[in-house]
Design a protein around this ligand. Structure first.
Ligand SMILES: Nc1ncnc2c1ncn2[C@@H]1O[C@H](COP(=O)(O)OP(=O)(O)OP(=O)(O)O)[C@@H](O)[C@H]1O
Length: 413
C-alpha cells in the first residue's frame, strides 16, 4: 500500500507595521502565489486520494464478490473420520464417492471437530462448516449409538431368538470366513416380528454391542410421518452412513410403515412411501451380504408386510419374538429387579403366574411402579405389597380390567 504524501507547509504572511505600502503589496502578492501553489498541491493530493479511494473501493467490491461466490458455490458433504488436533489435520470421507482425503484444518476448527461430524468441504477439501445436527435431517431420522449398553444377558425369556440372531447376524460379522469356506451367503437381512415390547430392539442393540458394531436405527413410521418427501434419500443415507461407520448394524424399526401391502396400508396410495420402499429394496439388492454391515428390521404387523421384502437376498431370515411364557416372565422380573432391594416375601415365580400375557416392556414397568410405591412409602426395600399395587395400577391404566394382550388385539401373525 502507498504511503500518504506529506501535506505542504502552510504559507506564512509576515507583515511588518513599519513596511511601506509597496512592500506590503509585494509581500501580499508573494503570499498569494504561495497560497495558490499550496492549493494546487493539495488539490492534486486530493485527486490522488480520490483515485486511491476508488481503487480500494474496487478491491473491496472484488473481495466481496469473491466471498459471495465462495458462499454460494456448491460445497460437498463429507464425514470426519479422524482428527489430529496437534497436527491440525483431519481425514474426511466425501459422501457419494467415498474418497478419503487428509486435509489441513485451522486451529479453531481442529478443536471443534470430532470424528463422525458431518461437514461441508469445498473443491480443495478444505472444511468450510460443521453441519449442525438440528439442520441435519439425517441426524434427526437416525439414532446412532457407537456402543449400546445392552447385553444378551439383559434379555429374558427369548433364548432361542437370541441364539438365532447371533447365528444370523453375529456370526457373519465375526467369522465371515466360515461362510466363505462353506460357500454360502449368510442371511441378507433378519426380520424380527412379534408383539410390541418383547425385546426386538434390545436384541438388535445387544448384537451391535457384542460385535463392537455401530448401532444405527431408523424408524419406518417416522420416515413416513416426519420426513415426508425425504424417505428415499434418508434410506440411501442410512446405508451410506453404515458404510462410513462399519462394522454396523442397521436396525429398521416398524418396517411395515414403509413396506406394507398395497391393499392393507392406509398410506400405500402414497407414491412417496412406495419410493422409499423401492429405495430400500434396491439398497438391499446391491448389498454385499458377507461384510461388515448387517441389517435387522422389526415389525408388529407381519401380516401387513409386502411379500416383496421377504424374497431371498432381502429379509430372508424371519425370527418370531413372542410374548414371554411364565418362565420367561420370571427371568425378566429377575433382570429388571437386579438393582432393586427386593424383600424376601417377593416370589418372582408367583409374579410370573399373575402376569400371563404381559410383554417384557410391561414387566419392566411393573418393576418400576413397585419401586415407586416403596419410595412413596418412604422405604428403600420393595415388598410384595408394592408389586401387588403396581399390578393393580397397570391393569387399571390398561382400561379397568386387564385382559392379557388386550392391547395387542390387532396384532396378527
Ligand atoms: N425379553 C426382554 N427381557 C428384558 N427386558 C425386556 C424384554 N422385552 C422388553 N423388555 C423391556 O422393555 C423395553 C422395550 O423393549 P424393546 O424396545 O426391545 O421392545 P420391542 O420389541 O422393540 O418393542 P416395539 O415393537 O414396541 O418397538 C426394554 O428396554 C426392556 O426394558
Amino acid at each position: 500500500m502507498s504511503r500518504s504524501p506529506s501535506l505542504p507547509d502552510r504559507p506564512r504572511l509576515d507583515l511588518d507595521p513599519d513596511m511601506s505600502e509597496e512592500e506590503r503589496l509585494s509581500a501580499l502578492r508573494e503570499h498569494f502565489t504561495d497560497v495558490t501553489e499550496v492549493h494546487d498541491k493539495l488539490s492534486s493530493q486530493l485527486e490522488a486520494a480520490h483515485e486511491r479511494r476508488d481503487e480500494l473501493k474496487e478491491e473491496v467490491d472484488q473481495t466481496e464478490r469473491e466471498n459471495e461466490a465462495l458462499k454460494t458455490s456448491s460445497l460437498y458433504i463429507a464425514t470426519v473420520e479422524e482428527i489430529d488436533e496437534e497436527a491440525q489435520e483431519a481425514v474426511v470421507k466425501q459422501h457419494g464417492n467415498n474418497q478419503e482425503v487428509l486435509t489441513d484444518v485451522s486451529r479453531r476448527m481442529s478443536e471443534e471437530l470430532q470424528a463422525g461430524d458431518r461437514v461441508a468441504v469445498n473443491d480443495s477439501f478444505s472444511v468450510q462448516t460443521i453441519l449442525a445436527s438440528e439442520t441435519d435431517a439425517r441426524a434427526q431420522a437416525m439414532e446412532v449409538d457407537e456402543s449400546p449398553a445392552v447385553e444378551y444377558a439383559d434379555i429374558g425369556g427369548i433364548d432361542e431368538q437370541v441364539r438365532e440372531v447371533r447365528e444370523a447376524v453375529e456370526e457373519p460379522l465375526i467369522n465371515p470366513e466360515k461362510f466363505d469356506t462353506v460357500g454360502i451367503d449368510p442371511p441378507s437381512g433378519v426380520l424380527l416380528y412379534g408383539p410390541p415390547g418383547t425385546g426386538k430392539t434390545m436384541l438388535a442393540k445387544a448384537v451391535a454391542n457384542e460385535t463392537d458394531a455401530t448401532f444405527i436405527k431408523m424408524a419406518g413410521s417416522e420416515l413416513v410421518r416426519k420426513f415426508i418427501g425425504e424417505g428415499s434419500r434418508l434410506v440411501r443415507d442410512l446405508f451410506e452412513l453404515a458404510s462410513e461407520r462399519e462394522p454396523a448394524i442397521i436396525f429398521i424399526d416398524e418396517i411395515d410403515a414403509i413396506a406394507a401391502t398395497r391393499t392393507e396400508s392406509k398410506t400405500s396410495g402414497d407414491a412417496e412411501v412406495q419410493r422409499t420402499m423401492m429405495q430400500l429394496l434396491s439398497e438391499m439388492d446391491g448389498f454385499e451380504a458377507r461384510g461388515n454391515i448387517r441389517i435387522i428390521a422389526a415389525t408388529n404387523r407381519f401380516d401387513m408386510l409386502d411379500r416383496a421384502i421377504l424374497r431371498p437376498g432381502r429379509f430372508d431370515r424371519l425370527i418370531e419374538v413372542p410374548e414371554p411364557d411364565a418362565e420367561g416372565r420370571e427371568r425378566i422380573f429377575e433382570i429388571h429387579t437386579e438393582q432393586m432391594n427386593v424383600a424376601d416375601d417377593v416370589t418372582f415365580a408367583d409374579l410370573a403366574e399373575e402376569t400371563a400375557g404381559y410383554s417384557g416392556a410391561e414387566i419392566a414397568s411393573v418393576a418400576t411402579e413397585a419401586g415407586m410405591f416403596a419410595i412413596r412409602d418412604g422405604r428403600t426395600e420393595v415388598r410384595k405389597t408394592d408389586f401387588v399395587e403396581a399390578l393393580e395400577k397397570i391393569e387399571a391404566d390398561d382400561g379397568g380390567e386387564f385382559v392379557p394382550s388386550a392391547g395387542h388385539a390387532t396384532y396378527h401373525y
